[in-house]
Design a protein around this ligand. Structure first.
Ligand SMILES: [Zn+2]
Ligand SMILES: [Zn+2]
Length: 188
């Protein structure tokens, strides 16, 4: 007897700019993500940043609130959303986050990816790799993956940008296998 899957296979990653985002970042992400996930990658119209989610004293937006706003974007079966923003994000209990995710939705901020902790600007190649690494990490969560203890795996938790630079956008063998199952709609 054939078992019916409750979830649909992934067929599209929807890139949703939140506020103003460099179009170059979006098109690079579209190309790079298509090489990693077996899915279409589409750039969607931008969503307006809601100033209500801005915390003046910190100069940052509440990541969780932006992620919730993403839900207003049309969602269909087999579509996972990735919000991209240029503003800095935090989440309660954290000074900042590169991104966050929940089931079916992910959010990424590029605000901290273009500079070294010392303040210097990074090369376009390093920036591109960081953006891809953090995007893949959050999409991994949105698809159902947890953190991985292997420091070379993209699903390893990045405490600072050095962790991101070390791990890169690749999945370890175990996460790659789990992802394959999840993308096929096999549940978690
Ligand atoms: Zn994570
Ligand atoms: Zn892993």
């Amino acid at each position: 007897m054939e078992q019916e899957n409750r979830e649909t296979a992934l067929r599209e990653i929807a890139l949703v700019p939140m506020g103003e985002v460099d179009p170059e970042v979006l098109s690079l992400l579209r190309d790079d993500l298509a090489g990693i996930f077996a899915a279409e990658v589409e750039i969607y119209p931008a969503v307006t940043l809601n100033r209500k989610h801005f915390v003046r004293g910190r100069g940052q937006y509440v990541a969780d609130d932006l992620l919730r706003d993403l839900a207003s974007v049309v969602q269909g079966p087999g579509i996972v959303l990735l919000g991209i923003t240029g503003v800095d994000l935090f989440s309660p209990g954290m000074n900042f986050v590169f991104g966050i995710a929940n089931c079916g939705r992910a959010l990424l901020s590029v605000a901290r990816l273009g500079r070294e902790p010392s303040g210097g600007e990074v090369s376009p190649a390093v920036f591109r790799r960081r953006v891809l690494t953090e995007a893949v990490h959050e999409l991994g969560h949105a698809l159902g993956l947890q953190h991985c203890e292997f420091p070379g795996c993209v699903m390893y938790f990045s405490n600072w940008i050095g962790d991101t630079d070390r791990k890169g956008p690749g999945f370890c063998f175990r996460c790659a296998r789990a992802l394959e199952r999840l993308m096929a709609g096999g549940g978690r």
